[in-house]
Design a protein around this ligand. Structure first.
Ligand SMILES: [Zn+2]
Length: 241
């Protein structure tokens, strides 16, 4: 493995660790955002339920009103017929029908009054709930903006690192890239590590056989720790980390 490839692999690994931490931070910010918004979401749900209920009640009221209107028209026609009746029997029949329509009309009007009263009360409740929504929005707003701004910054950092990552990926060979990606896909975060001065693996600290150590120090490619499987590279010069 060329020195450039080793450096690139290590840089790639560092970048991936950094990006992973940023993704975790974004995940936590999103949880905080959801928590911060809960009071507002709940207040909005309450107001919406009341609005829906009010709409249904107004529909009922209109239906009742048109049913009463219909009965009023019928009563008026029956009153006219009373003037045109030919005999007592006919008059009795028309009066009986008129009484019936009148009673039904009274029932509708009573019901409409009750409903209007209910509507007024629900309107008051809705006004209170809408006020609660405004208050929640004022309270939640600044915290939400703050968290969203933080999330935006983290996302920008992530995008920036993603670009840099692409540059390193292009600098390492296809073979190394595949090994690296398959390691990561398997859930490993450490793919490449330096051999320590004493000949131990820099990841698991298992001793690497002398023969292998020599090959690594000599620049051999893709030699892996028998214990943990990481790709081992020659010890870094002091102060490089
Ligand atoms: Zn190891």
């Amino acid at each position: 493995m060329s020195q450039d490839t080793i450096v690139s692999l290590k840089e790639l690994q560092k970048l991936d660790e950094k990006m992973e931490r940023i993704r975790e931070r974004i995940g936590r910010l999103e949880e905080s955002l959801a928590d911060a918004e809960t009071p507002l979401v709940e207040a909005e749900e309450h107001a919406k339920a009341t609005r829906d209920r009010l709409q249904q009640m107004r529909l009922d009221e209109r239906r009742l009103e048109s049913s009463a209107e219909e009965k009023r028209t019928r009563a008026k026609r029956l009153e006219q017929r009373l003037n045109e009746v030919q005999n007592v029997r006919e008059e009795t029949a028309v009066r009986a029908e008129l009484d019936m329509v009148q009673r039904a009309l009274d029932g509708d009007e009573q019901e409409a009054l009750g409903l209007m009263d209910q509507i007024r009360r629900v309107e008051e409740t809705l006004a209170e709930q809408e006020e609660a929504v405004r208050e929640a929005r004022e309270e939640v707003g600044p915290r939400k903006e703050e968290l969203e701004e933080e999330r935006k910054q983290e996302r920008e950092r992530l995008a920036e690192l993603e670009k840099r990552r692409q540059e390193y990926v292009e600098r390492i060979g296809e073979g190394e890239r595949k090994v690296y990606e398959s390691f990561r896909a398997g859930g490993r975060t450490v793919v490449v590590v330096s051999l320590l001065e004493d000949g131990a693996c820099g990841h698991c600290f298992g001793m690497v056989p002398l023969q292998i150590q020599n090959e690594i120090r000599g620049g051999a490619e893709m030699l892996r720790c028998e214990e943990c499987g990481v790709i081992l590279t020659a010890p870094e010069a002091a102060g490089e980390e």
